[in-house]
Design a protein around this ligand. Structure first.
Ligand SMILES: [Cu+2]
Length: 392
């Protein structure tokens, strides 16, 4: 019914528009030029508009670069990052150079050769020499760009096994990340979604001895200067691991393992102290302070002051809480990293603890039931990612 009414209203609006245009047409003076063919005045207006449009385009481009240039990322915090940035700036530079010239000429000629009564169009069929020039130049430039891009791509994507990279698994699920360090043996234990149960959030295969020393954590720590190779796994849908400051991104696909490796070069602390970040943090906090004044006036809780941290983000719209799917990354010295990783429990010990917990809770339960029931002690819920029922 609503659709029907909407259609009627739209039809009536169309009829109204048509009637109004007829009234305008009839109300024109009898000597007005009603011809459909453009006259001298029309051509002049269109010529000038063409010129005005391209000037507007240039002005707004310059304004955007000037105003929004501060949103560019700072110097890359990974070894391959500078290669990546150079490739991007060369590509953008070339495209912009050609765009500025051709767009400008196009509009200028539309203005310069606008129709006038005295001008006659020149019949110009073809010119082999010209066609050869404007074909061969783009071919050479594009081929160069593609070859350069391919070399950069293979440089970035190929993992140098001789450097003995540290193997870390990044596990994505709606809507968070977990990191699994491969432990002393630098080999990840096998994992499968079917093994997900209780504290075994990532479905690590308990029977695989490589998995015993794996360490599963909620924060990603990386030693500076150490090559790392990430193995990505997804529990549910397509995610994308995005490390903007390290110029890295890789799709995280359910049912397969994707990988990407890089070497972090700037610690979190060094990045915090960089001129770029000091300015950025200052401007964010100024905005927050302004906002806090409003919030205070409304009696609402205020925002905390901002401090920079690297983050791993999800860059695929994977569901409702996608926007908040992130994991903190800490790049630190080798000593700090060693101290931190030593404190993390291994997968083997976590599983043993679970068994012990289950035993003690059974004991206490039986004790409790022998006394009188005291319903205050709830069983400790693990912060399990998900429990998969393999009943099918
Ligand atoms: Cu996601």
């Amino acid at each position: 019914m609503t659709v029907f009414l909407v259609i009627i209203v739209l039809a009536l609006l169309a009829v109204t528009g048509w009637q109004i245009s007829k009234i305008f047409h009839l109300s024109k003076r009898p000597d007005a030029d009603t011809s459909e063919v453009a006259n001298e005045k029309d051509n002049k207006i269109h010529g000038i508009l063409n010129l005005v449009f391209v000037i507007f385009l240039y002005v707004i481009s310059i304004y955007c670069f000037w105003e929004y240039g501060r949103f560019y990322l700072p110097e890359a915090a990974s070894e391959h990052g500078s290669e990546y940035d150079t490739l991007m700036f060369i590509s953008i530079g070339l495209i912009m150079f050609v765009q500025v010239i051709t767009q400008g000429l196009l509009h200028y000629f539309a203005y310069k050769y606008k129709g006038t009564k005295t001008r006659k169009a020149l019949f110009y069929a073809d010119n082999d020499k010209l066609e050869f020039i404007w074909t061969i130049i783009p071919v050479i430039v594009l081929a160069g760009l593609i070859i350069y891009g391919l070399f950069t791509w293979s440089d970035i994507m190929n993992i140098n096994e001789e450097e003995d990279p540290m193997v870390i698994e990044l596990y994505a699920y709606q809507f968070d990340w977990r990191a699994r360090y491969s432990g002393e043996d630098n080999t990840l234990g096998k994992a499968n979604v079917r093994f997900i149960e209780g504290v075994n959030q990532l479905g690590v295969d308990e029977s695989d001895s490589y998995g015993k020393d794996d360490k599963i954590v909620t924060e990603l720590h990386l030693p500076v200067g150490q090559p790392v190779v990430f193995k990505f796994r997804s529990q549910d849908v397509l995610h994308s691991a995005y490390f903007p400051f390290f110029r890295a991104q890789m799709n995280v696909v359910p049912g397969m393992i994707t990988q990407f490796g890089f070497t972090p070069t700037i610690t979190s602390e060094e990045m915090r102290e960089s001129e770029y970040m000091v300015d950025k943090v200052k401007s964010v906090n100024e905005e927050r302070n302004e906002k806090n004044k409003e919030l205070l006036a409304q009696g609402e809780p205020t925002l905390d002051s901002y401090e920079f941290d690297y983050f791993l983000l999800c860059n695929k719209i994977c569901g409702q809480a996608h926007y908040n799917m992130q994991m903190k990354i800490v790049v630190e010295s080798q000593e700090d990293f060693d101290a931190w990783i030593a404190e993390q429990p291994t997968f083997g010990s976590t599983m043993e603890d679970q068994v012990k917990d289950a035993d003690t809770s059974e004991d206490t339960n039986s004790e409790e039931s022998s006394q009188e029931e005291n319903g205050t002690d709830e069983p400790q819920e693990s912060d399990a990612v998900a429990v998969v029922n393999n009943q099918n």
